[in-house]
Design a protein around this ligand. Structure first.
Ligand code: SF4
Ligand code: SF4
Length: 951
């Protein structure tokens, strides 16, 4: 975390005869470590606050009793002995005592040979590693707890060092673990001494990572049983969310055995449940291993019969909600790579030459690397001649980027999330941060504990609201009214940063008039449902953090609760206006941070997977820029911006789009109005899918190419902070599956585009040479912790953390206020469809579930779809928790189990979008934001009825 500490005075002492000089306040343990002297400890870990519980780390400081070095601070002139006879004797006696109640070998010692207590015992000659030692007969017998899907608890192996308690409470701020009992009955407890699996534990595994013995051990660290020194380790990055946590993957004989958090500026070793336990999808037997071509007998593909269209996606499920290969695979035959490439080249060039380049379109992937994204858009633009290339950024933050580009001239976050530690105020809006960006949330929660005041604005009360000073529960789709009202109060009371407005912005007068006239707190209360007094109180908190003339600081985080609306761009414009008006951009602790969803959605956008821009947001319509790319790729490129995701699907439905190439996306489940998407996919003349699993979308393919998973390839990924990190290969792809970059080079050649790169780093070098923000970065210079773009000197510099301290990349260097009037959502509830549907993610799953639903621990934690409703609404519709409900919109209907949730306001329901057997996008509205072209996933009208059992 970024430190507010000022430089401390130094003290000089002697440790084992060495003179050591350290800042005042340094512990003896840290000072010794600095001097290369290791002091053993069980309860201490450098990442945790010291507790001095186990006293294994005792040292002799010349006093009557030995001192615990982890908690004892160095003092001027102190003389320390770390291995005197008295010290050794005490450590040995303590170890003997602990071992008398510890099963040897414990489960950790059995698996990896690194139980810290047993290693100490062996060192003191107290254990013979070849002979198990029974727990002494008069020691208290303690139970095991296997209720958690990811962690096995063995209370007998616990030494009550409290490391798990500090990891859970201080690092992750989950506050699940404490102690229960006294004396010999004392043991750790989860919540009110519940079994771990029934407690509020979110399975992040921080406690197991901190545990020095086998008391808490990850279930999935299973086979093979092997000593850690026989494993190989690879430093890479988590494949899931935009936080981009650094990980180390441990392997043995071609299998991942364990993943642990790695120290980096991003996550400081922390992980969430997906990063720590969700890697086994890559080993799943459903992996595609050979190219597939649709059999002649499986044509025509469509349009599908009305019976099929009306059937729910789940009708052909096997248990667990995965594609049923037994029913889908007969439509395909195995093929050689040459057959597949020949067919793809022939069909795509034929469609291009007969119907024109713009009858083709492609979706790239925000899960792939920057190099793959770059090659994909090059293939579409230079190989097939069309700018019809897009990806899932269109479905998450396209409106945020549109607003940022328009107002401050850049779509990038202006500051990293960890800088929340320096913020006086943090505003989180439209983001279920603890579930969608769990590790970023840990930094925010820690900042709150250290004094940052948190404001949470959302339609649904999520866990992060428990840390908030203010929680404003707005009505769905009323964000503009709420934020205009905050600005109204700040303007009315003269609580703005006028110096900043005058020197760094333009267009303030217009927005001031708008909010003064129509957005008093009382007027806004009518629209958004937040009491006027609460709006006044929130404005007061913001004003205290941003006093006129500057000085305080506020950082703003937002998620898809802001962006996925027909007014998504307006919503983001309002947040930008709030920061500009209070001078909260370009300084420590300030900034605009739309939290990016997928691991590489920032990088895929940077790399040009956007229909209007080449890499680095360079407009396809700009002649000079286009000439540059013409020269680089040896083609005359199209000046016409291409179609976006939903427009492409519309084109497929209407016949103007005839062929598609989809790499690593699953639009059948992820796009709005799924029945329309299904018809569009079935209308396509030719569809190529490049993926690691046979997804729901692949069921409509003509050719399916088996690709490599994240853990099987090298490439760069850019996280939500703009940090470019190197992902490294851990495993070999299965069967005949190939590297994505090699596949893209070959299909490019088959449509006539030279693509003779020697390596992935060659591709990266070409990409960076065509940008200004990635200039100078190379695979080699990224090292283990990556670089933030832009980076003036990647040899020596970590990159630019805070952007726009001295102006914006707009024509006149000023940020622009764009006034927005409140407009209602596209489809409001009525008598027939009285509920508002909100969609989103859950902690354990990721997007269309193709990876996480093939991860045993993740699927065990969250195995089935659900609809969350306020308990009073459940009663109103005549249902109980756990009962099956039918949810129906104007576009379709799904069935799933009810879950009571008091965090929802009356009249709103929530359904996660990961589950094909209750695919919520059957219900959603495909109305678009006119600027970002993002669909309104967050509001549509539905009705809810209990399913009457006919059995
Ligand atoms: S897994 Fe995470 S949330 Fe659960 S008890 Fe351990 S540290 Fe706490
Ligand atoms: S927070 Fe995101 S990047 Fe970090 S471990 Fe979890 S899913 Fe992976």
């Amino acid at each position: 975390m970024i430190s507010k500490q000022s430089a401390a005075a130094a003290v000089e002492l002697t440790i084992d005869g060495h003179t050591v000089r350290v800042p005042e306040g340094t512990s003896i343990w840290d000072a010794a470590r600095e001097a290369g002297i290791e002091i053993p400890a069980l309860c201490h870990d450098p990442g945790l606050e010291p507790a001095g519980v186990c006293r294994i780390c005792v040292v002799d400081v010349g006093e009557r009793v030995l001192a615990a070095s982890c908690v004892r601070q160095c003092s001027e002139g102190m003389t320390v002995e770390t291995d005197s006879d008295a010290v050794t004797l005490q450590r040995r006696q303590l170890t003997r005592l602990l071992l008398s109640e510890h099963p040897s070998p414990c489960q950790q010692q059995q698996r990896t040979g690194d139980c810290a207590l047993e290693q100490l015992g062996t060192g003191f000659g107290l254990l013979d590693s070849s002979h198990p030692t029974a727990v002494s007969a008069d020691a208290p017998q303690r139970p095991q707890d296997h209720s958690s899907a990811v962690i096995a608890v063995d209370h007998q192996a616990c030494i009550l060092c409290d490391r798990c308690i500090r990891a859970c409470n201080d690092i992750q701020s989950n506050d699940v673990i404490g102690r229960t009992g006294k004396g010999v009955t004392a043991r750790i407890a989860f919540d009110f001494d519940l079994p771990m699996g029934q407690s509020s534990c979110v399975s992040c595994g921080e406690c197991a990572a901190a545990c020095p013995t086998g008391a808490l051990l990850g279930h999935t660290m299973t086979l093979p049983v092997v000593d850690r020194d026989q494993m190989q380790s690879v430093d890479t990055v988590c494949p899931y969310c935009g936080v981009g946590c650094a990980i180390t993957a441990w392997t043995h004989q071609g299998t991942i055995v364990e993943v642990e958090g790695r120290d980096s500026p991003v996550n400081q070793g922390r992980l969430c449940v997906k990063g720590r336990y969700g890697w086994d999808y890559t080993l799943h037997p459903d992996r595609l291993k050979t190219p597939l071509i649709r059999r002649e007998s499986a044509y025509p593909k469509g349009p599908l019969s009305p019976e099929v269209i009306d059937s729910l996606p789940g009708k052909r499920n096997k248990p667990g909600g995965l594609v049923d290969l037994d029913t889908v695979m007969p439509a395909f035959r195995e093929a050689t790579w040459e057959e597949a490439f020949e067919l793809i080249g022939r069909k795509l060039t034929s469609i291009r030459d007969t119907h024109g380049s713009n009858s083709l379109a492609g979706f790239g992937s925000a899960k792939g690397s920057n190099e793959e994204a770059y090659l994909f858009q090059r293939f579409m633009r230079a190989g097939l001649g069309t700018n019809n290339v897009d990806h899932c950024t269109r479905l998450c933050h396209a409106s945020s980027v549109a607003a940022l580009m328009e107002t401050i001239g850049s779509g990038a976050v202006t500051n990293v999330f960890a800088d929340v530690a320096r913020a006086d105020v943090a505003l989180i809006t439209g983001s279920n941060t603890t579930e969608n960006h769990p590790v970023a949330a840990t930094f925010i929660k820690q900042a709150v504990k250290a004094g940052t005041e948190l404001i949470v604005v959302d339609v649904r009360r999520n866990q992060i609201a428990d840390f908030a000073k203010h929680f404003a529960q707005i009505r769905p789709g009323t964000d503009v009214a709420f934020y205009n009202s905050l600005l109204h109060v700040l303007c009315r009371d003269g609580l703005l940063d006028r110096n900043y407005i005058d020197s760094h912005t333009e267009g303030f007068d217009e927005i001031e008039s708008l909010v003064a006239a129509d957005y008093s707190p009382e007027q806004a209360e009518e629209i958004c449902g937040v009491p006027a007094e609460e709006i006044e109180a929130i404005a007061a908190t913001i004003s205290r953090a941003t006093p006129p003339g500057g000085g305080g600081s506020m950082i703003v985080f937002w998620g898809m609760g802001i962006s996925q609306h027909v007014t998504g761009t307006d919503n983001a414009r309002c947040l930008i206006s709030l920061c500009l008006a209070t001078g909260n951009v370009g300084r420590p602790g300030t900034g605009l941070h739309p939290l990016r969803g997928q691991n590489n959605v920032q990088g895929a956008s940077d790399s040009g997977l956007i229909p209007m821009v080449f890499p680095d947001y360079q407009s396809v319509a700009d002649d000079e820029i286009r000439q540059k790319f013409n020269r680089a790729w040896g083609r005359e490129l199209d000046a016409q911006p291409g179609l976006t995701v939903v427009e492409i699907m519309k084109g497929a439905l209407e016949g103007s789009i005839r062929g598609m190439y989809i790499m690593g996306e699953n639009p059948f489940i992820s796009d709005p109005n799924a029945n329309k998407v299904r018809r569009a996919l079935s209308e396509l003349e030719f569809l190529v899918i490049q993926d690691i699993f046979l997804t729901e979308t692949a069921e409509f393919a003509d050719v399916i190419l088996p690709a490599s998973s994240y853990f099987e390839k090298i490439g760069t990924y850019t996280n939500t902070d703009r940090r470019v990190q190197l992902g490294r290969p851990v495993l070999e792809p299965p069967g005949d599956a190939r590297q994505d970059w090699e596949i893209l080079c070959e299909v490019s050649r088959r449509v006539g585009l030279e693509s003779d790169y020697q390596s992935v780093s060659d591709v990266f070098d070409e990409f960076t040479s065509l940008t200004s923000n990635y200039q100078g970065l190379t695979h080699q210079l990224l090292g283990d912790t990556g670089r933030l773009w832009p980076c003036a000197d990647p040899e020596t510099d970590d990159g630019t953390q805070i952007l726009f301290g001295d102006g914006f990349p707009t024509e006149n260097g000023r940020g622009r206020f764009v006034p927005c009037a409140y407009l209602p959502a596209d489809e409001l509830p009525d008598d027939e469809f009285p509920f508002v549907l909100n969609t989103g993610r859950v902690l354990e799953h990721w997007h269309t579930g193709s990876m996480t639903r093939r991860s045993k621990p993740l699927n065990a934690l969250q195995p089935e779809p659900f609809v969350a409703m306020h308990p009073d609404d459940l009663q109103t519709v005549g249902a109980r928790e756990g009962q099956r409900l039918r949810v129906t919109s104007r576009r379709g209907s799904i069935e799933l189990k009810a879950r009571a949730d008091r965090g929802l306001q009356r009249g709103s329901i929530f359904i996660p979008f990961h589950f094909r057997e209750a695919a919520v996008n059957v219900l959603t509205n495909d109305a678009l934001d006119p600027h970002g072209k993002i669909p309104e996933y967050k509001v549509c009208a539905v009705k809810v009825t209990p399913v009457i059992s006919t059995g």
